[in-house]
Design a protein around this ligand. Structure first.
Ligand code: NAD
Length: 358
């Protein structure tokens, strides 16, 4: 059956990098005779400009009908003064929440060719391959009640609610254990069970779930220690699973271990494997329109899409090999450039990946 991909270029460098990823997708489509079609839609600032809202009805319909979604990035200074309810980033939260994309997969892989780009010593990070599984639609970012209130004494108070139900913990735990089964079979669950009851339950549910995966070794770590261990000895981790807020912070720290945010893909999955795929970085307004953005995170997001939502492992492997090959050839966009290599534009990088596919 034909699989439908909704392509949402978004804002800033979004259209430039997505263009290269679509080029790569079209090339593997021809090479592997894949039954895929792509259609474009609007999200974020581009949607606000065209339709007045960041996640228009027509995009909602397209997203529901798609098998997978490829997103560039949203946001930029042009929309920063708008009311928060209609900011580009609201479109992103809305699409994740409407499609129930609760499982965020963020690999932090350090290509040996880029070991020098990391701020840590090469021996600490070379060969790094961590997968952070972050719960994306619950926890303190969504918990009710929330707000800013004025107390009887006239002082203002901000408050949020950290809440996780058993079923929410279980479904994200399953994503982590299933992923670990395809990797080194180790899951480290991150919590703050010494302080937060919500994460005491988190730990209990993870322990219960572990009995269903006897091959997987489960460990637990407090989030403060996890932050320390990530910069001290990151290679000890295989799969890390955690809630929305801790995952937000730890996955950015893990991303930086790899030297460039321009290399990192991500996936956000629902319970049936439908997903939205996007680079970890934002819309980089500072370099938008210059043709110098690194398209590899988006190209690798397309490869994750083939692997996790479209069941096309071979095509995904081929893209990842092609990316590694262009790095071997010394091709570098400005963000990962170092002396002795060849600096290329966004488009040249995309073309090189396409050429390396065959
Ligand atoms: P950013 O990730 O856009 O940029 C941070 C720095 O990294 C910038 O110097 C940028 O030039 C560089 N960079 C990012 N991607 C790059 C790439 N592919 N190649 C080369 N360099 C790259 O983060 P920011 O500056 O904090 O945010 C800019 C805008 O993006 C804001 O409006 C923010 O809200 C939005 N944002 C969107 C998403 C998303 O769509 N998922 C995520 C984060 C930020």
């Amino acid at each position: 059956m034909t699989k439908k991909i909704l392509v949402l270029p978004g804002d800033g460098i979004g259209p430039e990098i997505v263009n290269e990823a679509v080029k790569v997708l079209n090339a593997v489509k021809a090479q592997f005779d894949l039954d895929l079609i792509t259609e474009e839609g609007l999200l974020g600032g581009a949607a606000i400009d065209a339709a007045g809202v960041p996640f228009p009805d027509v995009t909602q319909t397209q997203a529901q009908a798609a098998d997978a979604i490829l997103l560039g990035a949203v946001g930029g200074p042009k929309w920063d003064t708008l009311d928060t309810a209609i900011r580009p980033e609201k479109g992103l939260l809305a699409i994740r929440s409407q499609l129930e994309l609760f499982g965020n997969l963020r690999p932090a892989i350090l290509y040996p060719q880029l070991a020098e780009a990391s701020s840590l010593k090469p021996e600490i990070v070379s060969g790094l391959d961590i997968l952070i599984v972050r719960e994306l639609t619950g926890g303190i970012y969504f918990g009710q009640p929330r707000g800013i209130r004025t107390l009887e004494n006239g002082e203002r108070q901000g408050y949020n609610t950290y809440v996780y139900s058993e079923s929410e913990i279980k479904r994200i735990g399953k994503v982590a254990f299933e992923a670990a089964m395809k990797r080194d079979k180790k899951v480290c669950s991150i919590d703050k069970a010494n302080v937060l009851e919500a994460t005491v339950l988190w730990r209990e549910v993870m322990d219960e779930l572990a009995t269903e995966y006897p091959e997987v070794e489960l460990s637990h770590m407090y989030v403060d220690n996890a932050a320390m261990q990530l910069v001290r000895a990151p290679k000890q981790f295989d799969v890390m699973v955690t809630g929305n807020m801790f995952g937000d912070i730890l996955s950015d720290a893990a991303a930086m271990l790899t030297g460039s945010i321009g290399m990192l893909p991500s996936a956000s999955l629902d319970a049936n494997g439908k997903g939205m795929y996007e680079p970890c970085h934002g819309s980089a307004p500072d370099i938008a329109g210059q043709g110098i953005a690194n398209p590899l995170a988006t190209i690798l997001s397309a490869s994750m899409m083939l692997r996790y939502s479209l069941g096309e492992r071979e095509a995904a492997d081929r893209i990842e090999m092609a990316v590694s090959q262009v790095l071997d050839q010394g091709l570098r966009t400005a963000d990962i450039y170092s002396e002795g290599n060849r600096k290329v534009t966004t488009q040249e990088m995309g073309d090189a990946v396409v050429a390396a596919l065959s």
